[in-house]
Every structure is written in C-alpha cells, then in structure tokens.
Design a protein around this ligand. Structure first.
Ligand SMILES: [Zn+2]
Length: 247
C-alpha cells in the first residue's frame, strides 16, 4: 500500500526510505458478482486476509458518483476484493473503513484494469484488490494514529493517487490461492521494493514481473517502492480534496 501517505515518504524498519503516494486497500473477492464472497486464502507470508462482507450492492454513493468513482466489481466481476483497511489487519492495527466498504476506482481506471485482468485471466489468475479509493478522512485518521511523517504522509491540501481513486494496491490469486509475491501487503522491508532481488526468490520476482507486465499493458505504472502499488492515468495530479463515502 503505498499510500498511507498521499505522496509522502515512509521509512522502513531497516532505515530504508521510499517515496509513498496515496494508497488504499481493498476487500473480499466476488467472482460472479453478488452473492457469497469466497474466502481469501492465507497469504504466502502466513497472514490471513479477512473477508469483508459486501452490502450486496455495487452502487456507490451520490458523492462517489460525482467524483467519478465506480465499483471495480461492476466491470471485473471475478476480482477478489480484500480491503485490508476494512479490517484491523493493517499497519495501523485498527479498522479504518466502514461496513460495506467497496473497492472504488476512478472511471479512468476501467479500461486499464480490464485489459490487465484479461491478460491475467488467460493464465487462470485473478486480481486481488487490497486498497482502491481511500477517503481523505481516512488518510487523516491514519496520520492521527501513526503521527510519524516518515511512516504516514501528513494529509495535504490536495488529493491524489488513492485519494482520487487513481491508484490501487493489488496482488494475484490463482486456483492454488494467493500467488507468492514474497511479502505481505504493507510489508516495511526491503523485499517490498518492486524490483527487489535480495531475499526474493526467482519465482517471486517472476510473479511480480508478470503482474507488472499485465498492469503495464493496461497503462498502469508500477511504483518502485512497493510491488503491490500501481498508478493509473493522472494519479500524480493534485486535485481538490475528495472525501466521499467508500461504502
Ligand atoms: Zn498503494
């Protein structure tokens, strides 16, 4: 999640500092649309991902609609939504999203994500969304909970990246469970760097590269600091603060 800080900087435990943009997480897989959400298997790192129950609708709030946000599952019915900030299983340690939180993205992400998912689907893989649109108020809460600008970017006067629904934090799942990428979401270790080689096996590097290639085909750029973070068109542009319901 490159995104606890909307384009801030975050320090790794080992004193490695990487640039961060706004990030958000996602939740619960919903292949096939409405209906029971499948259980997300434990991540390779051993951390189980909690499944967030859907409120049964993909209709965003009026505010979200006005902000151009759409529910990912409306165009990627087989996407796995596992919003980590909708659970306490995140770096802050508390639940930050309300019940029924959705993976919302700006409509400009639709074509790119559709392209990426199609490529991955041919290999029997689906995209797991850990974070999507992140309300500005959540960014503020993150900073209140972890008031360290080295870890959480102080909320700014503008929104960008996750705060505008133009960045996503994702991984992959196959018929065998989550694809092994080497680290869990929000791992503050050198191994989290997208192109890390030390401590990351050749297979894990290949898995990351396959995700990057698919996303790149859809025009989504990888963030070097975090293998799971991808930016869509205009993600870096500072825009008026967006703070609409995520559920
Ligand atoms: Zn992110």
């Amino acid at each position: 999640m490159r995104g606890r800080a909307p384009h801030g900087w975050r320090a790794l435990p080992v004193a490695v500092i990487i640039a961060c943009t706004v990030n958000t997480g996602c939740a619960a897989a919903t292949p096939g649309g409405p209906g029971p959400s499948p259980t997300v298997p434990p991540s390779p790192s051993g951390t189980p991902s909690a499944v967030v129950p859907s409120n049964g609708t993909t209709a965003p709030s009026d505010g979200a609609r006005r902000a151009g946000l759409i529910d990912v599952t409306t165009f990627l019915p087989d996407a796995v939504i596992d919003l980590r900030y909708a659970t306490a299983d995140n770096f802050v340690g508390v639940r930050l999203y309300p019940a029924g939180a959705k993976c919302l993205v700006h409509e400009s992400m639709r074509v790119g994500l559709t392209t990426a998912a199609a490529i991955l689907r041919e290999r029997g893989e689906r995209i797991v969304f850990w974070d999507c649109y992140r309300p500005h108020s959540v960014q503020v809460t993150m900073f209140e909970k972890v008031p360290n600008p080295a870890w959480v970017a102080a909320p700014g006067a503008y929104s960008r990246s996750h705060e505008t629904g133009r960045s996503v934090d994702v991984t992959l799942t196959s018929g065998h469970g989550l694809v092994d990428m080497g680290t869990d979401f929000d791992a503050f270790t050198p191994q989290a760097a997208a192109h890390a080689t030390s401590g990351v096996t050749a297979a894990q590097q290949a898995n990351r590269a396959r995700l990057r290639a698919a996303m790149a085909a859809g025009g989504l750029s990888a963030y070097a600091g975090e293998w799971w973070h991808f930016d869509g068109p205009g993600a870096g542009v500072q825009r008026a603060i967006v703070d609409v319901p995520v559920n």
